[in-house]
Write a protein that binds this ligand. Structure first.
Ligand code: URA
Length: 440
């Protein structure tokens, strides 16, 4: 009988004691590259306990990291899994990543639009957690559509259709999968080093040649002010450049929801309006701004607005959905119950709180509280007002959708504080532009 194989060895020798690594960061020190390589590798393999990594995450959250440490942490997360090679696709590859917001359905029209411009878009996406929705949950409201593709299938679809929206393979940056779940339950998500390393490790491992980041700022975003958003954007752009991925970032407003629709099927319907040349002005503006940046980074000389209005992006959308088993002509799910919120008096809306609207959609069943919860595809809401909208008593402010009538009271309670009306004589300035800054 042959001898049993040797147990797997750490590739990140030498070994350290987790407690020393934690103490070093707790006391405001810098972690060495070797310490970082070791702790990421050992945690991914299960050799560093969850409580030790929790303590380290909190120490990083409180004391931050130097740029060298962030670069090293990102590189170690990339090295925890496979790195895709998209060189066989035959077109320039460019992806987009948003830091997450309310009503953010931009990936749906953007991926086919940029593909119709001549690039290949490997849009690896996630599911929603809490008040921000997930692209995969929205796409799964399309009958038959499949989120999971093998890397070979994804690469083949990129070559044939030019766009793919699918779940990231479990083999891409597996360290991030574990770390993100732990950050979520230890209140350590909103850390610039950790968000940067999390996003960029996945995007670099996915193999894209270029990347445009949509860094959201405002009530419905992780970053509540412009300075923090700019710091996050600069950190991620630097990480991309260091790994040979041409990267730029748009800082965009997330103080109020994007578009009118917030939820799953309702956001697919709004995306189809954009692909058909219509839709809310802010969704069209952001889709085109991101598309222009992506096309430019991909080295293509094409005007995305002309491509959108030609109908070519809609053709790619249909091909992309069909390639993943979906029926682009199938009707979208309709809710079993709807409820309208009406204006009690005349007035001018001066603020729509994105966080409150996102939370209401989540309470209606559009999102999940725990990773394993199901979502309702027909759940969500339509927001008929934006800052600057003048309403008359009796007009519809919100239309709520759910399959579970008992969900209405909690959602209505959240929405009761979502709108702010201007005082008599107060001038309301509507949002000028959704794009606040570009960092290259
Ligand atoms: N999105 C990610 O992928 N990671 C984060 O840490 C935050 C947003």
């Amino acid at each position: 009988m042959s001898a049993p194989p040797d147990p797997p060895q750490s590739v990140a020798a030498p070994g350290f004691a987790a407690v020393d690594v934690i103490r070093s960061k707790r006391d405001g020190g810098e972690l060495s590259d070797a310490q970082i390589d070791w702790v990421i590798d050992a945690y991914t393999r299960g050799d560093v306990a969850e409580e030790q990594m929790s303590a380290l995450l909190m120490a990083i959250f409180l004391n931050g990291m130097q740029p060298r440490e962030i670069a090293s942490w990102t590189a170690a997360m990339i090295a925890s899994g496979i790195r895709l090679d998209l060189s066989s696709v035959g077109r320039p590859t460019v992806d987009k990543h948003s830091t997450g917001g309310v009503g953010d359905k931009i990936s749906l029209p953007l991926a086919p639009l940029v593909a119709a411009c001549g690039a290949a878009v490997p849009q690896l996406s996630g599911r929603g957690l809490g008040h921000t929705g997930g692209t995969l949950d929205k796409m799964e409201s399309i009958s038959g559509w499949r989120a999971t593709l093998e890397p070979d299938e994804m690469i083949a679809q990129l070559a044939s259709v030019g766009a793919v929206i699918c779940a990231a393979s479990a083999e891409l940056a597996p360290a991030d999968r574990k770390l993100y779940a732990l950050r979520d339950v230890t209140s350590t998500v909103e850390s610039i080093p950790m968000i940067s390393a999390s996003i960029m490790s996945k995007k670099i491992a996915e193999g894209t040649g270029a990347l445009v980041l949509d860094v959201k700022v405002g009530a419905g975003a992780f970053m509540k002010n412009r300075d923090r958003a700019a710091e996050l954007a600069r950190t991620m752009v630097g990480l991309g450049a260091a790994h040979g991925v041409r990267t730029s970032a748009l800082i965009t407003d997330m103080s109020t929801p994007l578009g009118r629709a917030v939820g799953n099927a309702v956001e697919v319907a709004e995306s189809l309006e954009i692909l058909a040349g219509g839709g809310p002005a802010d969704v069209r503006e952001l889709t085109l701004a991101l598309a222009r940046e992506m096309v430019s980074l991909a080295g293509l000389d094409v005007d995305p607005e002309r491509v959108l209005d030609s109908g070519a992006a809609m053709d790619v959308w249909k091909a992309m959905v069909a390639a993943q088993g979906g029926d682009p002509a199938a009707p979208l799910p309709v809710p079993q119950h709807t409820h309208q919120v009406l204006a009690e008096a005349d007035g001018v809306v001066c603020d729509v709180d994105a966080l409150a609207v996102g939370t209401a959609a989540w309470r209606l069943g559009a999102g999940r509280a725990r990773k394993e919860d199901p979502v309702q595809y027909a759940a969500g809401l339509l927001c008929h007002v934006a800052p600057g909208t003048a309403v008359r008593a009796g007009e519809v402010l919100f239309e709520l959708h759910t399959d579970t009538q008992e969900r209405f009271p909690a959602a209505l309670e959240t929405l009761s504080s979502a709108l702010l009306f201007a005082a008599p004589g107060e001038t309301v300035v509507p949002r000028a532009s959704i794009v606040l800054d570009v960092i290259r």
